[in-house]
Design a protein around this ligand. Sequence first.
Ligand SMILES: [Zn+2]
Length: 119
Amino acid sequence: MSHRRSLRFSKTTCPICGAKEVARDDHKGDMICTNCGHIIIREETRSTGKFDVAQVLKREGKMDFQSLKKSTGASDASLFTVVQNMMNMGLLQEIMGKYSLTKKGQRWYRQRLGQEWGY
Ligand SMILES: [Zn+2]
C-alpha cells in the first residue's frame, strides 16, 4: 500500500511573496508556496481537528470538555464544532459530561493513524 504525497493547488495567495502558486498538502493540511517555500498553516490545523481529539481521548479514555480543550489547545468554538461533528459521525459519545471514543471512533482513529504512518 502506498500513500503518495498529494499536492493540490489552492486559491490562496502567498502572504510572503504574493505568488499564486500555493499548493495544499492534503495529508497535513498545510499549504506550501511553491515559489518561495513559505508554509501557510491552515487555521483549522492550528486550532484542532478530529484526529487531535481522537488522539487525546485514546490516551486519556474519558475527558470533559474543559480538559479536552486544555489538551488540544483549541478554542471553545472550534473544539465544540469538532466535537459536534464527531458525535454526528458516531465517533464520539458523551456520558455525564465526559467524552469518549465509541468503537467506531477507535476504528476511525486507527485508520487515520495508519494513514499518518504511511505518509
Ligand atoms: Zn511565497
